[in-house]
Design a protein around this ligand. Structure first.
Ligand code: PLP
Ligand code: COI
Length: 341
């Protein structure tokens, strides 16, 4: 199969329209069979639930070309499960796991020409999502839904690739204690837009959100979980019921413990402790692990000892092991790699 003529190594994190996407509709209490379509546009009633009350959820995962030329995805079963949790919280029908994995497989296989080659630094980002599609005017859940899955080839999420980031402690809150921070609802991202635009205008790459109840504990950023390394080499990651349970973070904790023999701790992390850490990184599907060099709290700078030029040594080992597993250079734990072709 011939690859598309794309300058893979200069791709940013943007939308490139590919040839096929998957669509399935929910009506009268059941999902239809679902199929691939070449139509990238959606026609909706003006009163659709998603347009009025933001009833929409999404996921994000990637397809990779491995060193030996296979196309694979990473732990799609966990994305399927998290989407089921998101659906339940927003009173949406659950999209079955087998259908989700089938949609992933079909879309990646149909768009194989867009899967970046091994070693190019790019990947194919998959975006499954679901929304209320029938007219809703009183505040209530829709009765009809559409599930879609499209893909787009992407490069690094942050400009500058693995150059350490400067982030600010945000005055805005991302999630309420009993709200929707733990699911992947579009509404969580809509309300973070003002905060990220403000941070960018001030010259920062991202926001660090604190817990909205006490504003003393580290939560996450707008699109990634935090990972810290202590001066004695322990990997620490914030535990909170209002952050997204990142699949990358869960995988990295396993990698740290089982592959690298590091001590790991998932616990509440107080902002007060951050100045004592040796390394800090943002982890997620899009972010992979992006190192943080500086955290600014209302003008007060915390400069991580790992500095502003490269990844800290533990972050680097984690990055290399995780990407090695994803790209087939390192043997994966059972069930982590889903081979497409
Ligand atoms: N936190 C938020 C708010 C996110 O949007 C994401 C991205 O999916 C993550 C964390 C990382 O999650 P994952 O590793 O499953 O991509
Ligand atoms: C992801 O990492 O998949 C995300 O969804 C983060 C961001 C692009 C919203």
């Amino acid at each position: 199969m011939e690859k598309k003529n794309i300058d893979w190594s200069n791709l940013g994190f943007g939308y490139v329209q590919t040839d096929y996407r998957y669509v399935s509709n929910f009506k009268d209490g059941a999902w239809d069979d679902g199929c691939l379509t070449t139509d990238a546009n959606i026609v909706l009633n003006e009163c659709a639930g998603v347009l009025q009350y933001a009833q929409t959820i999404f996921e994000g995962l990637k397809a990779y070309t491995t060193e030996d030329g296979k196309i694979v995805t990473f732990r799609p079963d966990l994305n399927a499960e998290r989407m089921m949790d998101s659906a339940a919280r927003l009173e949406m029908p659950v999209f079955p796991k087998e259908k989700f994995i089938d949609a992933v497989t079909k879309v990646v296989a149909a768009n194989a020409a867009y899967v970046p080659p091994f070693g190019s630094g790019a990947t194919l980002y998959l975006r499954p999502y679901m929304f209320g599609s029938n007219p809703v005017i009183g505040v209530k859940p829709a009765t009809e839904y559409q599930f879609r899955l499209f893909c787009t080839p992407v490069g690094p999420y942050f400009k500058g690739g693995v150059k350490p980031l400067t982030i600010k402690v945000s005055d805005f809150d991302r999630a309420a204690p009993n709200g929707t921070g733990h699911i992947k609802a579009g509404l969580n991202y809509a309300m973070s837009l003002h905060a990220i635009v403000t941070a960018h205008e001030e010259g920062f790459d991202e926001n660090m959100y604190l817990d909205s109840k006490t504003r003393t504990k580290v939560e996450e950023t707008g699109g990634a979980n935090f990972l810290f390394v202590t001066k004695d080499g322990k990997v620490v990651t914030p535990k909170s019921s209002s952050i997204l349970p990142s699949i990358t973070r869960r995988s990295l904790l396993y990698v740290a413990k089982e592959y690298l023999g590091l001590e790991v701790e998932e616990r509440e992390v107080y902002f007060e402790e951050v100045k004592d850490f040796a390394e800090c990184g943002l982890c997620g599907t899009a972010a992979v692990i992006s190192p943080v060099g500086k955290i600014v709290d209302h003008g007060k700078e915390i400069c991580l000892p790992s500095g502003m030029t490269e990844m800290g040594p533990v972050t680097k080992k984690l990055y290399e092991t995780l990407t090695g597993i994803q790209m087939g250079r390192i043997e994966a734990p059972k069930g982590w790699i889903h081979v497409i072709e």
